[in-house]
Design a binder for this molecule. Structure first.
Ligand SMILES: [Zn+2]
Ligand SMILES: [Zn+2]
Length: 178
């Protein structure tokens, strides 16, 4: 009997108001890049307990722990939030991934021109979201940071790094993915 490889599902979980159209567009792009189907799941609230009033930011690690309690049947998922995230040791993070549980989260806050008091740019905003989504999901496949500044797995210390890199894996990272 022939055995078929089960196709994985990547869940997109939004923890903020976000246009359905944008989510669907992101899903289509991710399906091109990763070997899996993308499903948009029901929205969830950002857990209040993850808020640090001193820093006025949300702890991304705590949000990931919360998501783990909410989602049981999944292959991997990407949370999308619109609150400023931090992780210990960093002033802020664009996102975080938990390789062991194959879960990840990104924040839209610092990807939006609005945050820097600059005029809106929807194309740039989407491209940044795509890069951060691919980067964090890449971690869930076990990929680590790449020294190639054009590669999507390059670490973004600032938005300049994000804008500089592409939304694609370099050949080396790509070979590890499949
Ligand atoms: Zn990373
Ligand atoms: Zn690479």
């Amino acid at each position: 009997m022939e055995t078929k490889n089960r196709i994985e599902t990547i869940f997109l979980v939004h923890l903020c108001q976000i246009e359905q159209q944008l989510l669907e567009k992101l899903g289509l792009y991710l399906e091109e890049i990763f070997p899996g189907n993308v499903q948009i799941s029901n929205p969830l609230p950002v857990p209040k307990g993850a808020y640090n009033s001193h820093r006025k930011q949300f702890n991304s690690t705590e949000i990931l722990s919360y998501l783990l309690t909410q989602l049981t049947d999944y292959d991997r998922f990407l949370g999308i939030a619109d609150v400023d995230l931090f992780s210990y040791g960093f002033n802020f993070v664009f996102g975080e991934a938990d390789v062991l549980h194959r879960i990840s989260i990104i924040s839209l806050t610092r990807l939006n021109q609005d945050f820097y008091d600059l005029p809106e740019d929807q194309n740039m905003f989407f491209l940044r979201i795509l890069k951060e989504a691919v980067h964090e999901l890449g971690h869930t496949y076990g990929l680590v940071h790449c020294p190639n500044s054009q590669c999507v797995m390059h670490f973004s210390n600032s938005l300049l790094d994000t804008d500089r890199k592409s939304c694609k894996f370099c050949e080396m990272c790509k070979s590890k993915l499949t």
